[in-house]
Design a protein around this ligand. Structure first.
Ligand SMILES: CC(C)(COP(=O)(O)OP(=O)(O)OC[C@H]1O[C@@H](n2cnc3c(N)ncnc32)[C@H](O)[C@@H]1OP(=O)(O)O)[C@@H](O)C(=O)NCCC(=O)NCCS
Length: 272
């Protein structure tokens, strides 16, 4: 075999090794354990000079790791456990972890809440819409999610909201204070005006800064613009710059937790 052929064989072998799973074990679907596979050159298996020429061949042939798609899909009730883990990975401020520490009872609470809310939204019993970004295909790992509320009719508005029972490990007083305050401000600013409401948006830390937050945000903005209605949201400190970029204006602020400022924001139709 020529040197080039040997190098190519090594390259392909190493490439396959980098992407294969030992003993054909099923791939975990959690975004914590995987993703962004990179071709790693194992210098214990290959002497450095071979590794070096290996890299040159890879460079010359411009071999790249496969690029996985990151598309928006409707979430399903079966996604509830993954959405819960994504929630923990994404919402990590002191406010978030005090309201929802990563404990078995909070995990069960979120899994039940996601599953029930998604089921009701699919049955059109609510105006909620749950979206996910999955990697590779619809059944791939969930790396981002959003919960939108479509414009609410007068009948829906009058529907009695059920009392939320927080999980045992949550700081219930903080949960009540935060969510009641947030909803009161929502009501104060939007009243009866029809509008889209972005209730939740989270992107796994490993996937932030790649446009996924924008993608999930634009899903609602496009519809609001087409229908000529406003969009309201209550922004975390992390979300604020993203929303400002897409034309949201700050209308009020409150501090539910030390060193944490939540901001009410409204976007007029077609605002840039
Ligand atoms: C906020 C969040 C959803 C943004 O998602 P993302 O996928 O990283 O956002 P994008 O990649 O689409 O960023 C779009 C733009 O927003 C801006 N932006 C996003 N996060 C920013 C930050 N932390 N600081 C400054 N600008 C930021 C950037 O200007 C970026 O524009 P650019 O591409 O021109 O630089 C993500 O950081 C997140 O999940 N944070 C934790 C959970 C949270 O607080 N969610 C918001 C609840 S209201």
């Amino acid at each position: 075999m020529s040197l080039l052929l040997i190098e190519l064989t090594l390259l392909v072998e190493n490439h396959l090794r980098a992407f294969s799973t030992p003993h054909s074990a099923p791939q975990p679907r959690s975004p914590h354990s995987k993703l962004h596979p990179k071709v790693q050159f194992n210098t214990q298996t290959f002497p450095l000079d071979i590794v070096h020429s290996h890299r040159i061949v890879a460079h010359k042939l411009q071999i790249q790791p496969p690029i996985m798609s990151l598309e928006v899909y409707p979430a399903s009730p079966a996604d509830a456990p993954e959405l819960t883990q994504l929630f923990y990975a994404t919402f990590r401020s002191g406010l978030d972890t005090t309201m929802f520490p990563n404990t078995p009872d909070v995990t069960e609470w979120w899994e039940n809440a996601f599953s029930a809310d998604i089921t009701r939204s699919i049955a059109r019993e609510t105006n909620d819409l749950f979206l996910k970004v999955a990697e590779g295909s619809e059944s791939g790992p969930v790396v981002a999610f959003a919960k939108w509320k479509r414009p609410v009719s007068a009948a829906d508005r009058d529907r009695h909201e059920e009392q939320i029972v927080w999980p045992a490990s949550s700081d219930k007083e903080l949960c009540d204070r935060f969510f009641v305050d947030m909803e009161a401000r929502h009501e104060k600013w939007m009243g009866e005006r029809p509008h889209y409401y972005l209730d939740m948006l989270g992107v796994h830390p490993s996937y932030q800064g790649k446009g996924l937050g924008s993608k999930l945000l634009k899903w609602g903005l496009t519809r609001a613009d087409a229908e000529g209605v406003e969009v309201y949201l209550s922004a975390s400190p992390a979300g604020r710059p993203l929303y400002a970029k897409y034309g949201f204006k700050e209308v009020d602020t409150f501090s539910p937790y030390p060193n944490y400022v939540q901001v009410g924001m409204i976007r007029s139709p077609n605002a840039q």
